[in-house]
Write a protein that binds this ligand. Structure first.
Ligand SMILES: C[S@@+](CC[C@H](N)C(=O)[O-])C[C@H]1O[C@@H](n2cnc3c(N)ncnc32)[C@H](O)[C@@H]1O
Length: 359
């Protein structure tokens, strides 16, 4: 182990700072670009060091005091030490860099990150862990060790109220418990205020685009589908969760004025490649899990929708998928809007508009 002095150059996806020492890259958590730090080199893999920050010798102007007493030990947040304005700017830069480096897109149009309406108390569901030895809370970074947490500052009040009860239940158990304030089952967007802003954005982006026949893959229980029911002549939503699809069939399908909203429980890629519509698909909506949409490209080549609106929670897989869509199907990125769904964490949601080059 060796202690070195270095200057942090930028933040990367995953939340760590990047510096160089002796010509080699060093990744350090909980630092801010522009800072001079003393770091301890911990391990090295393929010329890349992982390090910890021992001391900030010259702090950056956008370093702030993290308000949470668990920050740094709890794996939930990575950026509480960074001003919120700076978090938004770094999310925009990280998306742009991913699209350029991994997506091979020159000068992608990446808009400023849409701020979250709430930056504390925004989270409507959390997963807490009991270690069976009295600790109840969240995991440490990159570990299964539990940090004992009495109150989570990013969770909303209703969730924190449940946490008190969960701490008693899990005190002697090695188990996990999901706590949520939204009374739903399965997946739901974790930041309800930002979800509303995302829906407005989706609506305004989709408004001028052709939307006679809309397909939504990974539709969940229809969070976004609802926006298209009175606009699309034909709407089809697909998700692999039967609970979510049953909910959509029950609550949303009857809202379509001509009874032409259909929801299917299926694997999105398989369904999309098999789909044989009578009229062309104009608009494709995608909101996949973190591993992205690579398997949807074959279906895109078959159906050739005029426009694709892709909601992503991972800029790396987004960039990869955009490259596939560009190289194999002739689509191009019009713009990407980063959306801060997860304040104080490195996670980045975004909405991309992708169009056929010859549309
Ligand atoms: C990010 S969530 C989006 C849900 C929805 N758009 C929303 O806002 O509530 C991803 C969804 O993909 C679904 N999913 C995961 N793997 C799938 C697959 N192979 N085929 C279809 N759906 C899948 C999950 O059930 C989940 O509902």
């Amino acid at each position: 182990m060796q202690d070195v002095t270095c200057v942090v150059e930028k933040l990367v996806y995953g939340g760590k700072g990047l510096a160089h020492w002796n010509g080699e890259a060093v990744f350090i958590p909980f630092v801010v670009p522009g800072e001079t730090i003393r770091a301890r080199l911990l391990s090295k893999r393929q010329k890349i060091w992982e390090a910890e920050c021992l001391e900030v010798l010259e702090p950056a102007a956008d370093r702030v005091q993290a308000p949470c007493p668990y920050f740094g030990r709890c794996g939930g947040c990575q950026w509480q030490h960074l001003s919120y304005e700076s978090q938004l700017q770094w999310k925009q830069k990280i998306v742009a860099e991913s699209l350029m480096r991994l997506g091979k897109i020159e000068n992608p149009k990446v808009l400023p990150t849409l701020a979250s309406p709430k930056i504390w108390g925004w989270r409507s569901r959390i997963l807490v862990h009991g270690d069976g030895q009295g600790l109840v809370g969240f995991y440490e970074p990159d570990s299964r060790k539990v940090v004992d947490v009495e109150r989570c500052r990013i969770a909303d009040d209703a969730v924190n109220a449940q946490l008190a009860g969960a701490r008693k239940t899990l005190a002697t158990q090695k188990a996990d418990l999901e706590l949520r304030s939204d009374a739903r089952q399965g997946f739901s967007q974790v930041n309800p205020g930002q979800n509303e802003q995302l829906k407005k954005l989706l609506q305004s982006l989709a408004g001028p685009l052709a939307h006679e026949h809309v397909v939504e893959l990974f539709c969940g229980d229809g969070n976004f589908s609802r926006l298209f029911l009175d606009r699309a002549r034909i709407f089809v939503g697909v998700d692999s969760s039967s609970v979510a699809i049953q909910h959509a069939i029950r609550t949303l399908a009857p809202l379509h004025p001509r009874n032409l909203a259909h929801f299917f429980c299926d694997d999105a890629a398989q369904w999309w490649s098999r789909y044989q519509p009578q009229t062309p698909v104009d608009l494709l909506l995608l909101d996949p899990p973190r591993d992205g949409c690579a398997k949807m490209v074959e279906g895109v080549m078959k159906h050739r929708p005029k426009n694709i609106l892709y909601i992503s929670c991972n800029p790396a897989t987004l960039a990869r998928d955009l490259k596939f869509l560009k190289d194999f199907a002739g689509y191009s990125l019009v713009q990407t809007q980063p959306i801060d769904m997860f304040p104080h964490s490195y996670h980045i949601e975004s909405l991309s508009w992708i169009s056929k080059e010859t549309a």
